[in-house]
Design a protein around this ligand. Structure first.
Ligand SMILES: [Zn+2]
Ligand SMILES: [Zn+2]
Length: 176
């Protein structure tokens, strides 16, 4: 579910963004944009339980192995020997293995295997998020109900009241 918030501070519901269990750590949801030669990155810390943080980490590792294997294999084939295609195949095998184990680490209440929150970007103080967990999205909307914009009819119907801690985004500016 996509949720737009217009605010400098956003309230984070204290529950795991994936399984709604009690959180024990935070994972960053980041977005970047380029203006001229400067790249701006904003990120928000969302709460996760340790089990969910582990399956999200495994899921991300699977894609890193896949991308790395294919890139190294393709470069090797181009400049060295067609046997380097094997590196790509090993990458795909590693991806399958890690994806399977990430799936196996999921609990019954988990919303997904990868990150449960994506930060889709910002425009001034307008921040857009995508939540996989319906339960977390509802809590998030309750906690930030006065700051929500572009609400759909269905989202209007979900709203009520809740308590949460405040958060601000961490900013990183890199000039290239
Ligand atoms: Zn969880
Ligand atoms: Zn989970």
């Amino acid at each position: 579910m996509k949720v737009d918030v217009s605010a400098k501070q956003i309230s984070m519901p204290r529950q795991c963004a994936c399984c709604s269990g009690s959180p024990s750590m935070e994972l960053q949801a980041s977005a970047s944009k380029k203006r001229g030669k400067t790249q701006f990155t904003n990120s928000w810390a969302f709460p996760y339980c340790s089990q969910c943080a582990a399956h999200v980490g495994r899921y991300n590792a699977a894609f890193a192995v896949l991308g790395g294997g294919i890139a190294v294999g393709a470069l090797g084939m181009l400049f060295y020997s067609s046997w380097c295609a094997l590196i790509g195949i090993v990458g795909v095998g590693g991806w399958l293995f890690l994806m399977n184990s990430a799936h196996a680490m999921r609990g019954a209440a988990c919303a997904c295997t990868g990150a449960a929150v994506s930060y889709m970007g910002w425009h001034g103080t307008l921040h857009s998020f995508h939540f996989v967990s319906h339960s977390y999205a509802t809590q998030f909307m309750h906690a930030n109900r006065n700051k929500l914009v572009n609400l759909t009819q269905a989202q209007h119907q979900l709203l009520g009241g809740s308590s949460a801690g405040m958060a601000t985004p961490s900013r990183r500016i890199r000039r290239t």
